[in-house]
Design a protein around this ligand. Structure first.
Ligand code: F6R
Length: 577
């Protein structure tokens, strides 16, 4: 996590531009921020205030927004970090795993540290090396000495350029008019250019306003091709919506239509390629985290129903549970395409000759580049940290894939059904506000509604801070039912009148729970505690119930006045293990 930005410009520009661009990366972490514009260095705790740059101007600068890993969210630990003599200023995303050892050795040489971070060693290491060698040679030494992951931008006194280093943390260079911009992802500069060069692992670059040179970890020059990328801008503006989360939920029908259209047209070859890969593999293992994991659970469920051998594993546990060989296809699901746990799972799979495909939202991401085949879900930019429209597109794509294997479903009207559901916002809001009055909530499902129950619970937790558990209805009586008290809200997801989940709901009701139901049973439509979903197809029911759940989470959080788009402690792109 953390977002970094660096700009080298032909002409002077206001330093606030550094912070404006950094703000586009704020979803990567917002514990603290800071910038260095070759004259001023400022750091602050909390979200980015572009006014902090004042009226200063510059031709080069670096900036950082932090998601704290080593050391609390204090001004002292905020980036940039400076070496003892002030010659080197750095920003860093990642973790230097051997920072303690590096720190001790630098302290022996007289370096004094000002923060508790792992990152500060980078500034001191570079300063120490510069006493004897040119910057490029010191960077080669750094690649040899440092363990862990890093995307680093360094400004060195006496050099006009920015030094950019990458290992396992994302870094990209955008070539805009009269300036080169370095950033954690293309969104930082996608309004200014559509030309980018992507750093691969163990590469560094020396970047000036009008030129750049790339090197490998040994300092040997490498050729780097610029690529044209396409990234929709329109959707990243909040307009009249109170929060990005609501805006992004309301964009779901359009996002679903865009993706399904693309699968039949420009992505048809890749889509057919994935179907062939699935047919040609003995088993499918999905790897994903968080919300994407819940979408992959739906994928495994849908495929399993068609007889395709499939399972899904939480990426951080992949190596402990996966049995991978050359006949295994690993499908990585990731909105950002940069989640470190997923990247790690793919590395493990690759070592065992597994084949790798990816389903991502962010184009040109690391996960996409690690895969032999990838599909774009085209959900557009998600600014809200909690993922909503990307989840729906992932889930619809899972259903669309399963249809190729015989899952009986017409996906063409999913978008229309979501629009119909939006008409029930008032009812959904009323239920959400009643749930918001409790400190705990339980969401229960079975079969395909189990992943949806987990996703709804995750959305409620992240956005409203209500403790919510999403679980298999059948598991309740094996322990959790002990927590049900008078008035505890339980949301039950009932597809096609599944008698088992109905009994589970009755069991908690008998113990005083306040039961709410999402169902496709038309006879229940008018009941007060019910959200009715208009579909007879259980595959689609799960997806529509998830939309209703996202709205419940949103309205509950709004009722409680939470910072919905940027919940505490979270970051959208989780690039540490
Ligand atoms: C929750 C959420 C996270 C992500 C998870 C994986 O709303 O957004 O749980 O789903 O961090 O991220 P990606 O999909 O980028 O790999």
């Amino acid at each position: 996590m953390c977002g970094i930005i660096g700009i080298a410009s032909r002409t002077e520009f206001p330093s606030r531009v550094l912070l404006e661009r950094l703000k586009r990366l704020e979803y990567r972490g917002y514990d603290s921020y800071g910038f260095y514009d070759s004259r001023n260095l400022k750091k602050r705790v909390g979200g980015i205030d572009v006014e902090a740059a004042g009226r200063a101007t510059t031709r080069t600068g670096i900036a950082h927004t932090r998601w704290a890993t080593h050391g609390g969210a204090t001004e002292r630990n905020a980036h940039p970090h400076v070496s003892c003599d002030g010659r080197v200023v750095i920003v860093h995303n990642g973790i230097i795993e051997n920072h303690e050892e590096m720190r001790k050795s630098l302290e022996k040489k007289g370096h004094r540290f000002a923060s508790e971070t792992d990152s500060e060693v980078i500034a001191h290491f570079l300063e120490e090396g510069l006493k004897r060698k040119p910057a490029e040679a010191v960077i080669v030494d750094f690649f040899a000495a440092a363990a862990g992951s890093f995307a680093v931008l360094a400004a060195i006194k006496g050099r006009e350029e920015i030094f950019a280093l990458k290992r396992d943390s994302p870094l990209v260079l955008g070539a805009a008019d009269g300036m080169n911009i370095l950033a954690s992802d293309i969104y930082a500069f996608s309004d200014a250019t559509s030309r980018a060069a992507f750093f691969e692992n163990d590469e560094f670059a020396v970047v000036g306003a009008e030129s750049f040179r790339f090197f490998d970890r040994k300092g040997r020059p490498i050729e780097k091709a610029m690529r044209e990328f396409v990234w929709d801008q329109k959707e990243s503006v909040k307009r009249s919506h109170k929060h990005y989360m609501l805006k992004e939920i309301l964009e779901e029908p359009a996002a679903v239509e865009r993706m399904l259209f693309s699968m039949e047209n420009d992505q048809k070859a890749a889509f057919d390629g994935l179907i062939r890969l699935i047919r040609g593999s003995k088993k499918i293992i999905f790897a994903a985290c968080g919300t994407s994991y819940h979408a992959s659970l739906l994928g495994a469920y849908y495929l399993h129903r068609t007889g395709v051998e499939s399972q899904t594993l939480i990426a951080s546990e992949f190596r402990h549970y996966a049995n991978v060989d050359r006949d295994t296809l690993i499908i990585a699901l990731s909105q950002s395409g940069e989640t470190m746990d997923v990247i790690d799972a793919l590395k493990y799979a690759r070592e065992r000759s597994g084949r790798i495909a990816a389903v991502v939202n962010a184009p040109y991401s690391t996960i996409q580049r690690m895969s032999e085949l990838s599909l774009h879900i085209l959900a557009g930019q998600e600014v809200c940290v909690a993922s909503t429209k990307a989840f729906i597109n992932q889930a619809v794509l899972m259903l669309r894939i399963a249809r190729e294997f015989g899952f009986p479903v017409d996906t063409d009207n999913v978008a229309g059904k979501i629009r119909l559901l939006f008409r029930k916002k008032a009812r959904i809001r009323e239920i959400a506000e009643r749930i918001a009055a409790s400190k705990d909530a339980y969401i229960i499902g079975r079969g395909l509604t189990y992943p949806v129950a987990r996703e709804i619970a995750l959305k409620i937790k992240e956005t409203s801070y209500i403790h919510a558990e999403g679980m298999m209805g059948g598991e309740l009586k094996h322990g959790t039912i002990a927590l049900i008290e008078d008035g505890t809200p339980v949301l039950s997801l009932v597809s096609n009148n599944d008698p088992d989940i109905i009994s589970n709901a009755r069991e908690v009701e008998a113990r005083g729970a306040q039961v709410f139901t999402i169902t496709n049973d038309g006879r229940m439509e008018r009941k007060r505690n019910v959200i009715h979903i208009e579909t007879g197809n259980d595959g689609k029911f799960g997806i529509l119930a998830a939309v209703a759940g996202q709205l419940i989470a949103y309205y509950a959080a709004d009722k409680l006045g939470r910072p919905i788009d940027k919940p505490r402690n979270l970051a959208k792109s989780v690039t540490v293990k």
